[in-house]
Design a protein around this ligand. Structure first.
Ligand code: ADP
Ligand code: MG
Length: 393
């Protein structure tokens, strides 16, 4: 039996009589209950001395959709499996709804898990796959029929009860995986790259369905992905991981517009980054002569080296001499057009500044600008408020 399948069955194995008793033991845990669904208190994991996860504090709020985002090997699955109980941490405590579950086995944690490879039982039909976690919990036939019917309805698979997994597409199999997870109303749903095996169009569609499902159920959901677009699109908050540490935890908006570091700025979306020196209040200098207004230099001293972030869609680019676009008072520069491309309803300009620096600007598609010839002179403008200093590392 595969490792993943074993895990699934362990989760599905469910409610033993001992469940709930452990929760009463910890008064401290009870005091921390309330808005926090999952708390990591100094949780770490080492493999033979190599840290997969450095000591980490992390709180997931009740009902929240939290994504664990990051490159391969950054510790996302390690966190998810420590929550699930299938990996024992090397140090620290895990609280679930205020109860210390550090030593509670997976089947007693009341969690639902959805995997990238679906982990369905191939010899069982759809109905029996979804019914499986209820059967091992000893639930009666009438209630099983009701709950399976409702779960299949929720994932749009009414009428597919008799199909075998192999007779279904990848997207449909993953819907079965999700139905099997929600059928026993887990208090937390954990998903590890659930759309990783699907093509882009199906991924987009299932993203929408998962988002709606989360809204309807109101369950806490922790979602692992390496796809930044997916994380930004789905989540209330994103926890970006890098090398076994949290690089930043915040709303999609915060990560995008107020990244804590160059790593975050680079990983989440595209960015223009300028090395600069603080020269005054809300003013920096790039190179020898170029002075830029920035949102704020608070916390920085004059003379300090900093990095300035400007997101491409905040820069308005137009052929030089064309009518100025609005009043983006503040920063401007000129450059030559190196490339124009049309991506998803936006026009992207790759520009070269006189000192050789590259700049990216993006805007709602504009026919006139798109026809600009490569090599033409362009004028760029953006507001000081959209120029953000990164923390120096
Ligand atoms: N069973 C294991 N034995 C040794 N190293 C492991 C094991 N599982 C994971 N790791 C290592 O821990 C780090 C984090 O892994 P993981 O959490 O799976 O990353 P992610 O899910 O972000 O891709 C990686 O460097 C990985 O190689
Ligand atoms: Mg992983």
């Amino acid at each position: 039996m595969s490792h993943v399948l074993k895990q699934t069955l362990a989760h599905a194995g469910g409610s033993t009589p001992g469940r709930g008793q452990q929760g009463m033991e910890s008064m401290e845990g009870a005091a921390q209950a309330g808005q926090d669904m999952i708390v990591f208190d100094g949780v770490s994991k080492q493999y033979g001395g190599a840290p997969a996860l450095h000591a980490t504090d992390l709180t997931v709020r009740k009902g929240e959709f939290l994504s664990l985002l990051g490159p391969s090997g950054s510790g996302k699955s390690t966190i998810l499996n420590i929550i699930a109980g299938s990996i024992a941490p090397s140090s620290g405590r895990i609280l679930l709804d205020g109860r210390d579950v550090s030593t509670v086995p997976p089947r007693d944690r009341q969690l639902g898990m959805v995997f990238q490879n679906y982990a369905l039982l191939p010899h069982l039909n759809v109905f029996d796959n979804v019914a499986f976690p209820l059967r091992v919990r000893g639930i009666g036939a009438t209630e099983i029929r009701e709950r399976v019917t409702q779960a299949l309805h929720r994932v749009g698979l009414t009428g597919y009860e008799k199909r075998k997994p192999r007779e279904m597409s990848g997207g449909q199999q993953q819907r079965v995986g999700i139905a099997r997870c929600i059928v026993y109303s887990p208090s937390v749903i954990l998903m590890d790259e659930p759309l990783g095996a699907l093509d882009k169009k199906l991924r987009d569609q299932l993203q929408g369905e998962i988002k709606r499902l989360h809204r309807d159920l109101g369950t806490t959901l922790v979602y692992v992905t390496h796809d930044q677009e997916e994380a930004l699109n789905l989540s209330d908050r994103v926890c970006l991981m890098n090398g076994g540490r949290i690089a930043q935890l915040g709303t999609p908006d915060e990560l995008y517009f107020e990244p804590a570091s160059e790593f975050v700025a680079d990983f989440v979306g595209e960015s223009n980054l300028f090395e600069a020196t603080v020269v005054g209040d809300d003013t920096v200098r790039v190179g020898d002569h170029w002075t830029l207004g920035v949102r704020s230099t608070e916390g920085h001293r004059v003379g300090q080296r900093v990095k300035v972030l400007v997101r491409p869609e905040k820069i308005h680019a137009a052929p030089q001499g064309a009518a100025a676009g609005g009043s983006l008072a503040g920063n401007h520069c000129v450059g030559t057009l190196a490339q124009v491309s049309f991506v998803g309803g936006m026009t992207r300009f790759d520009l070269t500044l006189p000192d050789g620096r590259n700049m990216i600007a993006k805007g709602i598609s504009d026919r006139a600008a798109e026809r600009s010839p490569i090599g033409c002179r362009m004028q760029m403008q953006w507001s000081a408020a959209d120029s953000v200093l990164l923390k120096t590392e």
